[in-house]
Design a binder for this molecule. Sequence first.
Ligand SMILES: [Zn+2]
Length: 492
Amino acid sequence: MLGRYRRGPCCAPVLLWVLLLPLAAPHRLSHHERRDRHVQDRPKLLLVSFDGFRWDYVDRVPTPNFHSIMDEGVYVEYVENAYITKTFPNHYSLVTGLYAESHGVVANEMYDLAWNRSFSMDTDSVYEPRWWDGAVPLWVTVQKAGGRSAAAMWPGSDVKIHGMYPTRYLRYNASMSFETRVERIVEWFSAPGGEAVDFGVLYWEEPDESGHSLGPQSPLMDVVIAGIDEKLGFLMNEMKKAGLYEKVNLIVTSDHGMAQLSADNIIELDEYVSRDLYTWVDKSPVVGILPKEGKLDEVYNDLADANPNMVAYRKDNIPEHLHYQHNSRIMPILLEAKEGWTIVQNRTRSFMLGNHGYDNTLRSMQPVFVARGPAFRQNYVKTSMRSVDLYPLMCHILSLRALPNNGSLSDVQDLLSPEMVSTVPVPPHSPVPPQQAAGYSYAPVVGSFLGVVMVLCFLVVYIILVTFKQRPSLKRRSWEMSQPLLQEDLHL
Ligand SMILES: [Zn+2]
């Protein structure tokens, strides 16, 4: 019967369908193929932190891998991180865009006055979600929007935050090598069958540990820094071998820098105030002091002008620009040592040659920042940014709507490639109501897709009507021909 169509005037609809079939062909992919392609086409991002990698380490010794990323991407010279410049607060700021007073992880050692519980990064208290639930880390937002995430030892990433772990993660184990962590992350970004992750975080403990024990001025740190560059090279090479290097946006940064200490620069609290009057919370150089009941004024007066190299703040007098006041985990009195000074109760405590935690405007506290990938400009140097700006930038790269945060996309959008900048909303940064947050911006894609389907449906209906009108005798056969194609389109 098809011969009749070929010879007759009604072969036109058939020819039209033949012409339209290539348009429909991509939709004939299997469900798994479509899901795989969908996952592969989504923007990808890997955030790496080398703990305690100070901004100037990249020029202290040859670091060809860091410089390779700078040449291929972007480099920010001055990154103002979050106060206090400690590991846990800053790693949570990087993935939430919030200052410590807002996300609630205000120190490595905490006491919650309202909850009457203590937190230490060295105990299992780390795994209590309540310490983290004051904010939503980016991996949770990715997953709530239907994406997948991976984490290798990033602080907090092995905690069930807002009822969720990262899709793939490693429980913290300091003895696991950097290379093993990289291999797992690369494996998760490369997973087949729609299992590939969209966002990953990777953490390494050095050069922080060496910086503490050796002091940043030690010549021995040169070897440590060169070793970190080699580890970065390993990561880049593994990404290249897996075909990820040109697809996955790579950000390499840190939580803080490191200051040189001296055995001569010690402040002993026992000289100024009795231990019976207070509880010591968190460690030097920013010490939280919890006075015993009714002893606030006495303890503060004892400490206020005790030492010229230490500032004592009542909680309500902590400077605004530090963004470190409005949280029940911030103690009634805060002691801050001047750069290079150490606060102890007495000298029996072990002493380090390097430390961080000081004022976040100090240059020695600044971390490194380099990035490359399809979302970033090439060979571009930016003077300054705040580390909280990274969160809205990452959300934009991942096509996610950012949750309310302290950062500003407009302040860092010049880091992006022209194509990415063109998609920045106007006005570029505006507060997002919480109920609208955490959703992929797939509306344009869905809209285009529905438009194509509607056009095809219209054509089908039009052809059917024309065919019916011109060849009434072929009514039934024509409908039978159209039916399968129509059904397939509708199931796209
Ligand atoms: Zn750290």
